[in-house]
Design a protein around this ligand. Structure first.
Ligand SMILES: *Cc1c(COP(=O)(O)O)cnc(C)c1O
Length: 408
């Protein structure tokens, strides 16, 4: 038997069945028109944000990195909850505007921004987090073309990295950001050319569960920003400290201690009261805000035994749940939190492999897990599905198509 990850708080049983937002899984599936289905919970999104705000320094802005979950209904909820939004493409920018985010609340990072995307962002008054000197040049040209001073920040490719990070985004040669030693001269150039200087963006990594590692990265980001600001000789209007707050996906993962992160960050901000005077500080989070608020429901189509191993074959799979299948940056495949939604409060009785409907051995949702007895037609739930699920999986693979999505 292999363990599965911890089921996030906030999921209950009604009449023995998994309930989300006070409604039974079977009712949600019926309303949505069937499985596979992602259910996102408004109340869990709100609770998460409230808990985070209570732990972070009061002055800290909290941004949402929408690539984690761009579903329109989720975006609309987030628009009321967060202070800003980070987008990574012209497509995301259009979705953000449609969801009600104001251009001033939006920053646009990401390599390979096309001229049309730069122009749309500058025209709208969105902040561009520049990824290179050549991109800075094109952004200034976009400003000239539409007669607006572009709102420009520089994304720094930092010398440090976030320890224990799931995906390393800083340290060494990277397609992201401008190398630290070139930032000050680029900043002086774009300021001299009349941009609306919006400051620095320093993103060092993702999915860290160790509070001390996050605090170290935040301390490094602040020290780097202070040093660069002295070299740029212009007050820093805004510092995006990055994110990296992780969530427990696997057995033995412990939730990040946000109280410790928040207390340490307040101390760090106090330390930089003088050298970063007047600077507004923000963090940008994706999975931490939305990951636990989503669950993926998939129906058992077939139950079979092969050489003594029981397989629950479902109507879902890696085409919606690439990360849970272990194919999204994982070195070793481990089980996400999983349950039998139809009998959520029943004890584990059988050891099973939960697989998807794709004709590839990569399509696994849970290996050797202990779950209650099930029948064909029952529904399996995969948790931590609120981030990097629907939009980060190859929905067209094998002609399967996308899952349904709903917010409750
Ligand atoms: C992906 C990304 C994020 C969000 O990462 P999470 O691990 O979901 O919090 C934040 N900022 C940048 C620049 C990113 O590329």
């Amino acid at each position: 038997m292999k363990p599965h990850g911890p089921i996030p708080a906030g999921y209950t049983a009604i009449d023995g069945e998994l309930a989300v937002g006070g409604r039974k899984a079977s009712a949600l599936v019926k309303e949505a028109g069937g499985t596979p289905l992602f259910v996102y919970s408004r109340s869990l999104l709100e609770q998460r944000m409230a808990d985070l705000r209570a732990a972070m320094p009061p002055a800290l802005k909290i941004h949402y990195a929408m690539k984690a979950n761009p579903h329109p209904a989720v975006l609309e909820v987030m628009a009321d909850l967060v202070d800003g939004l980070d987008v990574a493409s012209g497509g995301e920018l259009a979705m953000a505007r449609a969801a009600g985010f104001l251009p001033r609340e939006i920053s646009f990072a990401g390599p390979g921004k096309r001229d049309a995307e730069l122009l749309a962002a500058v025209k709208a008054g969105v902040t561009l987090n520049l990824e290179s000197a050549a991109e800075a040049r094109r952004a200034l040209e976009a400003g000239l073309a539409c007669g607006t001073a572009p709102r420009l920040a520089i994304r720094v490719n930092p010398e440090f990295e976030l320890r224990g990070s799931g995906m390393k985004m800083g340290g060494g040669a990277k397609p992201f950001g401008v190398d630290e030693d070139q930032v000050a001269s680029l900043a002086r150039t774009i300021i001299a050319e009349g941009c609306d200087w919006r400051g620095l963006h320093i993103y060092a990594g993702s999915q860290a569960l160790d509070a001390a590692a996050i605090s170290d990265a935040q301390g490094n980001a602040l020290a780097t920003a202070a040093r660069l600001t002295a070299e740029i000789c212009t007050p820093l209007p805004h510092l995006n400290l990055g994110g990296g707050y992780g969530i427990p996906y696997f057995d033995k993962d412990k939730p990040l201690d946000i109280a410790a992160v928040g207390a340490r960050l307040q101390d760090l901000l106090d330390d930089h009261r003088n050298d970063l005077q007047g600077t507004e500080f923000a963090i940008e989070l994706g999975r931490y805000l939305v990951g636990g608020a989503g669950v993926y429901l998939t129906r058992i189509v077939d139950i079979k035994t092969s050489k003594g191993v029981t397989f629950w074959v479902t109507d879902g799979g890696m085409h919606h749940q690439l990360a849970a299948s272990g194919n999204f940056g994982a070195v070793v495949r481990r089980n996400y939190p999983v349950a039998l939604a139809s009998r959520f409060d029943a004890p584990g009785e059988v050891e099973v492999n939960v697989v998807g409907c794709l004709c590839t051995p990569l399509d696994r949702l849970a290996d050797d897990v202990l779950l209650p007895q099930a029948q064909v037609g029952d529904v399996v739930a995969v948790f931590c599905a609120g981030a990097y699920g629907a939009s980060a999986s190859p929905a067209q693979f094998l002609g399967q198509g996308p899952a349904r999505e709903m917010l409750v």
